[in-house]
Design a binder for this molecule. Structure first.
Ligand SMILES: [Zn+2]
Length: 306
């Protein structure tokens, strides 16, 4: 582990790429993690070419997102992937999470923009820089990247009591996808956690925003699967409030899981991610350039190795 000086004066720890794979048939679970995204092209002074198939991560991010600026810390290699034997894939990565950040498409309809202006009125220069048609809070409604699942709305809910029961944890991991300190005015962070137990797995993807003295926002995606079932449950919720309307100790504001239950629910979506069986996939075969089939092939190749 070595400290690397990058421009902007931030010392970062360059960690070696770390990865781990676990097989809980019919699931294959893998994560990779490594250092933050570089702050400039790592290949050439002028950046990688548009057609460069082998572009560096910085150029891929810049080109794909076209954001005025990226979060302070982006972890492009922090990726969690779950593959089902029959081809369905669920993944969590920073690039896809950042694609959901409103960029150039919004007219600063941010709920907090006015409150922010008030709190920053002594610093108009900073305000000018921040209030652009770009969501500088990096708010994302990302719920994970899926392929090969059939999606349908559901009234079924994750059995939280069951989750609270003490079950052996066979695998646990926590990855940060991105984080920004909002010029020392709070924090915006997106992370994913997974926990695998003997009878189920549970994933929490969380976007957390705290603008000091202004507001708090938590966007959670919970994914739960009971082994043996042919579907996953996915619950997406947004909770947010202005600081002035929150009646609990500010000491809780630093810990997302502590403050989230005290914030009013403003949005929720409940879905089933159904895993098609191999037979259903066969019917689809040859009908299109189905991603499902490609994924299935990848997965079969993987399975043959075990
Ligand atoms: Zn590059």
């Amino acid at each position: 582990m070595t400290a690397v000086k990058v421009h902007g004066g931030i010392d970062i720890l360059r960690l070696p790429v770390n990865e781990e794979e676990h097989v809980f048939p019919p699931w294959h679970i893998k994560y990779t993690q490594s250092h933050i995204l570089h702050s400039k092209c790592s290949k050439s002074e002028n950046g990688c070419g548009d057609q460069d198939a082998d572009a560096c991560q910085f150029c891929i991010y810049s080109r794909t997102l076209e954001m005025p600026h990226m979060p302070d810390m982006v972890f492009p290699n922090n990726i969690l992937t779950l593959k089902h034997r029959d081809g369905a894939i669920l993944q969590f990565n920073a690039l896809d999470a950042l694609k959901y950040v409103a960029n150039g498409k919004i007219n600063i309809q941010l709920a907090c923009a006015e409150a922010w202006k008030e709190s920053r009125s002594e610093n108009s220069e900073f305000l000018e820089e921040k209030v652009k048609p770009f969501d500088w809070t990096f708010t994302t409604s990302y719920t994970g990247t899926i392929s090969g699942f059939q999606l349908e709305e559901t009234n079924e809910r994750i059995d939280l009591d069951k989750l609270r029961r003490k079950e052996k944890i066979m695998f646990y991991h926590d990855l940060t996808l991105f984080e920004d300190e909002l010029h020392d005015n709070g924090i915006a962070a997106c992370s994913v956690k997974i926990r695998v137990m003997p009878t189920s797995f549970f994933i929490l993807l969380r976007y957390f925003l705290r603008i000091d003295n202004v507001m708090l926002r938590v966007k959670d995606t919970r994914i739960y699967h009971e082994f043996g079932h042919n579907y996953l449950l996915r619950e997406f919720t947004t909770r947010e409030a202005k600081v002035q309307d929150i009646r609990v100790s500010p000491a809780l504001f630093v810990e997302p899981s502590e403050i989230a239950p005290h914030l009013p629910l403003t949005e929720s979506h409940y879905h089933k991610l159904i895993i098609p069986s191999r037979e259903e996939l066969k019917v689809e075969e040859g009908t299109s350039t189905s991603v499902k089939n490609t994924n299935r092939k990848v997965y079969e190749e993987f399975y043959q190795r075990y």
